[in-house]
Design a protein around this ligand. Sequence first.
Ligand SMILES: [Zn+2]
Length: 210
Amino acid sequence: MKIVPQSQYSYANRVARIALKGFEEVLGRKGLNAVLSLAGLDRWIDQFPPDNLDEEFNFADFSAIYQALEEMYGARGGGGLAIRAGRAAFDDILNEFGSQLGTDQLSFKIMPQHEKTKVFLINANAVFGGISDQQASMQETEDGFTLHIHRCPACWGRTGLDRPVCYFIVGMLQEGLKWLSGGQDCYITETQCIAMGDTVCEFRIPKTVS
Ligand SMILES: [Zn+2]
C-alpha cells in the first residue's frame, strides 16, 4: 500500500478515538488491528489516542485507514465498512459534542427539520473546525444543502481516483440526518472529491427526509 506521508494538519485526539471506536465496532478488535497494521499505523494498535482535545492525530492517518480498508475488502466492500463505521461513530460525537453543537437546547429541538439540519451543519463546521485543521463550508440550495470540505482528512494525500472515497463522512452524515429526522433513513451522496482532482469534497444533503 502506498503510504500517505504525514501532513501538517491534524484532528483532536478525542475525535480520532471516536472514529477508531466506530471502526472497532464494525470490524472487531482483530479486524481493526489488521487494518491498522496494513496502514502502517502500528502505533495505534491496542492503544487508541488519549481522550483529550490536543490536535495530534494526523490527517494522513485517517486517510491511510480508509485506504487500507479498500485494499483489504475491495473498493466497494471497504467503502461500505467505512460508511458503517461513520454511522457507528455518530452517537459518540453527539454525546461528546452535543452541547457545542447546540443539539441539546430546547430551541433546537422545536425547530422544523430543514432548519435543524441547517443549524446542525453550521455548528458542526464551527466545532470541528475549532478542534482540527479541517475546513468546511455549507451552502443552502433549493432542495437541500451542500457541504464543501476544503481540507479533508478522509482522502488526504490520495490522487488520481475515479470515484469519491470519503465514505466515513458519508456515514456520519447519514446517521446524523437519520437522527435529525427522527429515525428516517436518508441517502447522502458525495458528488466531488479532492482525490479525484476536484477542489473540494462535496456532499449533497436533502432538506427534509420523509
Ligand atoms: Zn475527502
